[in-house]
Write a protein that binds this ligand. Structure first.
Ligand code: ZN
Length: 492
């Protein structure tokens, strides 16, 4: 603004002020020209203000327009984590689908990915875009996924999950098959087989790490655990010793090793130490056919040729045989119920005939005459033999042959006596005793009174003996005598 223009405006303002007057009440009064000036100023202000506002709006619009034009790519987020920048959002979606397809093929099962893709528009140069391979890698690195597995529920309790329903069903069949096989081995026929518990298979999203493989699940269902503990048998070990070592009972150890014979273990054998607690009870209804023996009857005949305390078998009995048809219910192979339907006799039993003596017992004291204790062969005489004294005679006969008391008396010894083996000694009075050595069995007790000819023991081969015989001694006041000098003769 130059000086003349400024002075013109100044003159107008001075004139405007001078022309403003006050009325008698002191109120400001404008003349006609002043009013026109004021109105013009107001209009000018409105025009300027609204114009600048409009200009500003246009600028904002223009800016927005510029921005949307420049958004030429998308920032990709996977589960909220930035994984790359792509020109086209379709690209990222395809990569994810590709990964999913690969996982399904690799795991051979349906999978559920836990995260989603999201996008943000951005403006970037070509160099900032992420290569497809890199994008794939980034998505994979941030991925967690579960599979659609088949969970096994037994009486409402979730036991675990397997890959597929077919697998779960196959497993249940195998559990049942186990008992079909065992029943067949025992010759029984399975009429019906069922699982007692309520079993359900449910399709559930499951973390891949907690999906059991087939064998693990089979162990879990049959043993109650997937844990494995074994003991390697060492030389000289027995079931009893091993069970004791692990605080198990022998029965537990047997049930943990159903395929092994508890009486036949060898060093190096591996014994399972986990006592099975199966989740499932397989109930089998079986028709059993098995052979059983039939007891024989006993018939007693009386004879005066034996003393009244003697009894012998004249004719041994024979067991008969029968075929039994039975219905059996088993739980996991253990019989819980049995009903015999029919029995067919294959062979009849044969009666056993026994002889019971009736002859009055002789007095249980010495008669004064010794008899031979057995009818055995004399194999060694009394006297010096191979440089040492033989204090009796040896009478050889089969093991089990009855040894009779040479005379009546009182039993003073009955038991093991060093080189004699099992031995009986009888005191006959008047300083005479007899000894019977190498017995296999002893039928009398110390203090018992016996009569002459009473069976007191059985021939054996115990103690220092090289074959079954009775070593028979006669002693007078403890001094061995030659028995052959006494047998059949009055000794007192
Ligand atoms: Zn002898």
């Amino acid at each position: 603004m130059n000086n003349s223009a400024f002075s013109r405006v100044k003159a107008k303002v001075v004139r405007f002020i001078n022309e403003v007057t006050r009325d008698e009440n002191g109120k400001i009064k404008f003349n006609k020209r002043n009013k026109i000036i004021i109105a013009s100023v107001i209009v000018a202000v409105i025009v300027v203000v609204s114009g600048s506002l409009a200009l500003r709006n246009t600028q904002v619009m223009k800016n927005l327009e510029t921005q949307s034009l420049e958004a030429n790519a998308y920032k990709v987020y996977f589960g909220g984590v930035e994984v790359g920048i792509v020109r086209n959002s379709q690209e990222a979606t395809q990569v994810l689908q590709e990964i999913q397809k690969e996982l399904i093929e690799k795991n051979d099962m349906d999978i559920a990915i836990d995260q989603d893709l999201s996008f943000e528009s951005v403006n970037v140069d070509e160099e900032a875009l992420t290569l497809t391979e890199k994008l794939k890698k980034n998505i994979k690195n941030n991925m967690t996924y579960e599979i659609y597995a088949s969970a096994l529920y037994i009486d409402g309790k979730r036991i675990g999950a397997m890959e597929s329903e077919e697998q779960a069903e196959k497993l249940l069949e195998e559990v049942k098959e186990t008992y079909v096989g065992r029943a067949r081995e025992e010759g029984s026929e399975i009429e019906e087989i069922l699982i007692v518990e309520n079993v359900e298979i449910k399709r559930e999203k499951t973390p891949i790490s907690s999906v059991y493989d087939y064998q693990e699940m089979l162990d879990l269902v049959q043993k109650g655990t997937t844990e494995k503990r074994v003991h390697k048998v060492a030389r000289g070990e027995s079931y009893w010793g091993i069970a004791n070592k692990y605080d198990l009972s022998v029965d537990d150890l047997v049930s943990a090793n159903p395929d092994k014979d508890s009486t036949l273990i060898h060093p190096g054998d591996e014994l399972n130490l986990i006592v099975p607690k199966p989740y499932l009870t397989v109930e089998t209804y079986e028709n059993q056919i098995f052979r059983d023996k039939i007891d024989f009857n006993k018939e007693v005949k009386y004879t005066s040729s034996l003393y009244s305390d003697q009894k012998t078998v004249q004719k041994a009995g024979v067991y008969g045989e029968k075929e039994v048809f039975a219905k059996v219910i088993r739980h996991n192979g253990v019989e819980v119920e049995k009903e015999v339907m029919k029995e067919v006799v294959i062979s009849d039993p044969k009666v056993q005939v026994e002889l019971q003596g009736t002859k009055a017992l002789p007095p249980k004291k010495g008669t004064g005459i010794f008899m031979r204790p057995t009818r055995g062969t004399l194999t060694s005489r009394f006297g010096a033999r191979w440089g040492r004294m033989h204090y009796g005679v040896d009478l050889a006969s089969r093991i089990g042959t009855p040894i009779k008391a040479a005379d009546g008396g009182v039993v003073t010894f009955a038991g093991w006596k060093g080189t004699y083996g099992y031995m009986v000694e009888i005191d006959h009075g008047a300083g005479f005793t007899t000894r019977y050595g190498h017995c296999s069995k002893i039928y009398v007790k110390v203090g018992e009174k016996v009569y002459k000819d009473k069976t007191i023991a059985a021939v054996g081969n115990t103690g220092r003996s090289t074959g079954p015989h009775v070593h028979f001694e006669v002693r007078k006041h403890g001094v061995p005598q030659n028995p052959l000098n006494y047998i059949g003769k009055q000794y007192r």
